[in-house]
Design a protein around this ligand. Structure first.
Ligand SMILES: *Cc1c(COP(=O)(O)O)cnc(C)c1O
Length: 410
């Protein structure tokens, strides 16, 4: 299937597993546990000697089918699905990092990621944040015990773009795990494996599921990181599985199984169906976003537009080199004369809502909501102003979106 196109591959991937009765979708398997005639089969599954299912917290056939899809989309080696994107991030860090290790993260992070990292700091992990748009900042913060670097592709809400390629090269040279949160771009627009990412995070809730009707997350191993000498692998696993799969074995057992952020088979099915139209939805969302960004930039009542597709964006050129399209997310800052809440309340079509990557266009004042807990100082450090509104552009007809914003600004 590798030579086929992105959408073709997603559409036909369930049938490769030959579901019962010729079904085109992998059925929703709801069984919590799995029984075997020969106890040796059960033992082999527990000991990682055989693929199969024992207890659904750490694996389920419907979820496996979705994991294969994500792996195909990311050109990866294998994937593990979680109940949410946050479960994927928190469990992966928990599984791989130990006290005494250092983690370096971008200062421009999704609010809840920043918050769980703070909780890990409070538990004694050494995590530092730096402006990852420049490799020089990363180099300045690297220590001998830096084990993992965490960045997002296009940061939310101010759309800063990490120096993705240079960080990948540095991680490769130094044997550091390079973990890239690809949620904002999705594998249709960007494949982090191409910049030598080790692990790729996706919130499946966002563009991949796409309809705002199911939560999910995933981590994909690109196959580029050499796990054979990674010191934090649980010793028993080294006797059971091949070196290539040590990282994912550790994440599945110590992350998914032990922390328990399991994706339900029903949600896996919804996300799987949604993912079939990822490319079509994003094509439309990206073209709507570009048109809206151009409209806002020319509007006298809009002070600033953050969108990588605009030439005024500081990393516009880099974005053009790295990404197939510029994405569906943007932020705007209103002129001081306009009240941010009053403007939002005038929107009739655009929904005041916190999700992103939905088919519908959603708007949220970020300083007052998602980033409220952080406090003013950290918000300033992350480039988040009080009048900033984040827009997740959907797939509506462009004229209707323009009309809604024009009226609200009139
Ligand atoms: C939404 C989001 C997450 C978390 O995903 P959930 O599925 O909501 O838990 C992580 N990273 C980024 C960049 C996100 O936008």
């Amino acid at each position: 299937m590798a030579s086929r196109g992105f959408t073709t591959t997603i559409l036909h991937s369930d049938r490769l597993g030959k579901p019962e009765h010729g079904a085109l979708h992998k059925p929703i398997h709801t069984s919590v546990t799995y029984g075997y005639d020969d106890v040796q089969d059960l033992v082999d599954i527990f000991q990682n000697k055989k693929k199969g299912y024992a207890y659904s917290r750490q694996g389920n056939p419907t979820v496996t089918a979705l994991e294969h899809k994500v792996t195909n989309m990311e050109n990866g080696m294998s994937s593990i699905a979680f109940s949410t994107g946050m479960a994927a991030i928190s469990a992966t860090i928990l599984a791989l990092i130990k006290h005494g290790d250092h983690v370096l993260a971008s200062s421009f992070l999704f609010g809840n990621t920043r918050s769980i990292f703070q909780s890990y700091i409070d538990m004694g992990l050494d995590i530092t944040f730096t402006d990852a748009t420049s490799i020089d900042n990363i180099k300045a913060e690297i220590k001998d015990n830096t084990r993992l670097i965490f960045v997002e592709t296009i940061a939310n809400p101010a759309t800063q773009i990490a120096d993705l390629k240079a960080i990948g090269e540095l991680c490769g040279q130094k044997g550091i795990i390079y973990m890239v949160d690809n949620t904002m771009t999705s594998p249709y627009i960007f494949k982090p494996v191409n910049v030598r990412a080790s692990l790729v995070i996706n919130s499946l809730t966002k563009y991949i599921g796409g309809h705002g009707n199911a939560l999910g997350g995933s981590v994909t191993d690109t196959g580029l990181f050499d796990w054979s000498n990674f010191p934090n692998i649980f010793p028993t696993f080294k006797t059971q599985v091949k070196p290539e799969v040590l990282g994912m074995t550790q994440i599945r057992k110590k992350g998914l199984r032990d922390a328990g952020g399991t994706l339900s088979p029903e949600a896996a099915h919804s996300i799987s169906v949604g993912s079939e139209t990822l490319a079509l939805r994003l094509d439309r969302a990206c073209s709507n976003a570009m048109a809206l960004a151009t409209f806002f930039e020319a509007h006298p009542l809009i002070k600033k537009v953050y969108y990588p597709g605009l030439e005024s964006h500081p990393q516009h050129k880099l974005a053009g080199e790295l990404f197939y399209k510029f994405g569906g997310l943007m932020s705007i800052e209103l002129d001081n004369s306009i009240d941010c809440f009053a403007f939002l309340n005038k929107l009739k079509l655009v929904v005041k809502s916190s999700n992103l990557g939905d088919t519908r266009t959603l708007a949220i004042p970020v300083a007052h909501t998602i980033f409220n807990e952080l406090g003013a100082a950290k918000r300033a450090e992350m480039g988040i102003s009080d009048s900033m509104i984040r827009l997740s552009v959907g797939i509506e007809d462009l004229e209707d979106l323009l009309e809604d914003f024009k009226t609200a600004l009139a």
